[in-house]
Design a protein around this ligand. Sequence first.
Ligand SMILES: *Cc1c(COP(=O)(O)O)cnc(C)c1O
Length: 433
Amino acid sequence: MKKKMKDHKLQPESLMMSHGYRPEWSEGAIKCPIFLTSTFVFKTAEEGKAFFELAYGKREKAPNEELGLIYSRINNPDLEILEDRLCLWDEADGCAVFESGMSAITTVLLEFLSPGDVVAYSTPVYGGTDHFLNHFLPKYGIHALPFRPGEEKEDLQKKLSTGDLGKKLKMIFLETPANPTNTIIDIQACKRIADIFSNDEKKVFLTVDNTYMGPLWSHPLKHGADLVVYSATKYIGGHSDIIAGAVLGNGEVITRVKTLRTFLGNMAGPYTGWLLMRSLETLKIRMEQQQANAVKVAEYLNDHPMVKNVRYPGLIKEGTEAYEVFKKQYSGTGAMVSFEIHGGEQEAFEFLNSLNLIQLAVSLGSTESLAQHPKTMTHAGLDPDHQEEFGISDALVRLSIGVENYKDLIWDIDQAFQAVEEFLKSNGRNINA
Ligand SMILES: *Cc1c(COP(=O)(O)O)cnc(C)c1O
C-alpha cells in the first residue's frame, strides 16, 4: 500500500515542487499557474463577509479556517504558496513576501518601532538599510544606535545601560555575516541583550537579515530571532532576474507585518511569486554548488602571492572565538568571498577590468559569478572613517561565486592577476608581496 506522506518528514528540497499546491485546483496543471488576477469571486455574500471579518481581525479564526482569497493586495495563490514553501526552510510559522528586500526590511522597522524608540543595529549593514535607519527613521523620532561586531558580548549591554537608551530599546537589528567583510555576529548573545531590556510593557524584537547565508545554511529563528528578513533578489531568486523580499517569524509577528503590507501595498506581484517558486526548486543544488566553488576559489586566493588576505567563513581559524560562533550559527561556509589585493584601488580596478567570465556587477547569490569593489560601489555611501574601521579598503574586492565550473573561475581569476602583474611591470612597478 502507498504510504501516507505524513508518516515521513520530508526535507524542504523534496517539497519545493509540490508543497501547498494541488493540481486539481487548476485543471490538473502540475505547476501552480500564474494567477494574474486582481480580485476573486466570492461564492456567496456570506462568504465575502466571513473573509473580511478575518482580514480585518473582527473575530478569531475558527479551527482549520483559512483566510479566503479576496484581492491581490491582501493575498494571491502565487504569494500564499510561495510563503508556505519559504516557511519550510526556516521552520517558521509564517512568511510575508514583498516586492523587494528593502520593502521587507522597511515594513518590519515601521511596524515594530514607534516615535521615541531606539533600534540598535550591527555594523556594517546593507547601504539601503543604513540609509533608512539613519536618514528616514529620525524624521519619526526613532533613534538608530550602531554597534560593532563583537560588542554584543558585553559592550552593547553597557552602552544601553547608560541614560534611558535601554528603556527605549525596541529592536536589535543584525546583518550577519556582514557584507562585504564576512564578519560574524553572535545572534544568541543579542537575544540575551534583547531579553534583558524586555519587560511586561514592551518586548525588544530581534531581527536578522539572513540574505548572506539563508535560507540554506543559517536559521536565525532557532537562535532566538523573532524576525528573519531576506532580499529574495539574492540566493532565493538566484538568477539575477527579479527583485523581491521576504519576512519570516511566528504567526503573531507575521500577522502584524502582513497587515501593514496590505496598507502600504508593497506585496510582491503574482509573476514574482511564480518565479520565486520556480527558483526554490533548485535552491539547494544551486547554493551547494556555489559553496563548493567558493571553497575552491577561497583556497586558491589564499595561496596567491598577489593576495594580502581572504575573508571567507571557511578560512576562520579553529580554536578562535569567531570559529565557535561560526560553528554554532552556520551549517555551511557560504559562497561570498572577499579579498584584499596587494596595492590599492588601481590594482583592484585592473583586476576587475581584466576578468572575462566573472561579470563586474553588484548584487549576489546568483547563478553567475559577480565581482565588485565595495569601497567605491556597494559601500560608497559609508562614512570614510567607517569604511576604514570595517576594513572596506581600496584594495578590497568582493566576489559572489556562481554555479560555473570552478576551474573556469580560477582560470579567469588567475589570468586577471597576470594582467595586473603585466600592468604593474609596464609601469615599472612590482607587486609589493
Ligand atoms: C540586496 C540586499 C538588501 C536589499 O534587497 P533588495 O532586494 O535589493 O531590495 C538587503 N540586505 C542585504 C544583505 C542585501 O544583500
